[in-house]
Design a protein around this ligand. Structure first.
Ligand code: CA
Length: 226
């Protein structure tokens, strides 16, 4: 899942960014309201963590603009502890939930899970493709019962491939959904190929049934048959 953080306090944003990454999310960061609104409009985010007090455009304005444009992306607002009016205003404008500062990171994760609740079919705790399993809570990956150690990024890539089993996924789609924008700029153009190869070595190497398939000229797909 990809989360946009709109927060001007660099320290807090860094804590959020790091914590989300460690919890298996992809996180992008905007440090003012204008940039946040632009990124929210252009990107495909599963949720937005939106601070109220922001330079250029405050959180309420960002929220209002997004909802006015028809966006239904779940929005979790960060408000001041005492700001009861802020919370009411935010909820009235279409925020899904709010979290008073300062907050416990575990509570933020719980709120985030609550606002990003997906339809029942996507709520499965374990993704399965043939004998490959990814436990979404523990992040454990097994193939034929053998535990496979993945890096955080490999695990996010695997989750993306498994949750879209049988679909043709272009390199652009994979990049957009698995990497944050700052990571893409650092990574070079063959980032997807490189990570697909890492995954293949760990998931498919030495096994008669290959699960990751190259679609020539298109990208990749994960499926149980050739
Ligand atoms: Ca702020």
């Amino acid at each position: 899942m990809k989360i946009l953080i709109v927060e001007d306090e660099a320290k807090l944003a860094q804590v959020l960014h790091k914590g989300l990454k460690e919890s298996g999310y992809i996180a992008d960061w905007a440090d003012d309201g204008e940039l946040g609104l632009a990124m929210a409009r252009e990107g495909t985010f599963d949720a937005i963590i939106l601070d109220v007090m922001l330079p250029k455009l405050d959180g309420f304005e960002v929220l209002r603009e997004l909802r006015k444009a028809g966006s239904t992306v779940p929005i979790l607002m960060l408000t001041a502890r005492s700001g009861v009016d802020d919370r009411i205003r935010g909820l009235d404008l279409g925020a899904d939930d709010y979290l008073p500062k300062p907050f416990d990171f575990k509570e933020l994760l719980a709120r985030l899970r609550a606002v990003t609740r997906r339809p029942a079919v996507e709520l499965r705790d374990v993704l399965k493709v043939a004998d490959l399993e990814l436990d979404l809570q523990s992040r454990e990956v097994r193939r034929g019962g053998d535990l496979i150690n993945l890096t955080a990024k490999e695990s996010v890539l695997l989750e993306y491939l498994m949750s879209r089993k049988g679909l043709a996924l272009t390199r652009a789609m994979i990049l957009e959904n698995v990497w944050a924008s700052d990571e893409v700029y650092d990574g070079g153009s063959n980032l997807v190929e490189v990570y697909i190869n890492f995954l293949r070595k760990k998931i498919d190497h030495g096994r008669p049934l290959k699960l990751i398939h190259t679609l020539r000229g298109v990208g990749y797909t994960m499926q149980e048959h050739d």
